[in-house]
Design a protein. Sequence first.
Length: 168
Amino acid sequence: MKKRLSPAREHYFLKLFQEICDHSRFMQSKQNIQHGQTSVYQHSLSVAYLSCLIAENLSLFVDWHDLIRGALLHDYFLYDWHDKSHDHPRPHGLTHPQAAYENASRDFTLSLKEINIIKRHMFPLTLMPPTCLEAWIVCLADKYLSTLETLFPEWEPFISEEDLEKPA
């Protein structure tokens, strides 16, 4: 599998990423660790990019707009789930999709596919399976990257903050 998106797709990815950053609280996710040493910001960026790589490499017919935005917002819960003193709902693994959905719906008008991606990315823990291809892709990319981030803290992400500043 190639490790970079085609130039046109990467340009579109970066455009949507910038829109999310400019019109939301997404940058706050840099402050919180998701798995291992990986921030929620980096995790969400990586899940979105890997989701696009999967779809592009397999020539899947997807809604790119919904895939990218849903993947970027899938963990938009905006709290440190490791902080035992925080009053977020528990257990985090089961409850954070709803928190992410609530935050995302406050900041954006979400499509049905974006909602499906956000609310169902924790399948099978949350029992309800994804109902669209885009949500299945994000669910699988999320599981793969969560495993890498937890077991191999030194792994190299598919896309990093430095890559965002380089031309494709």
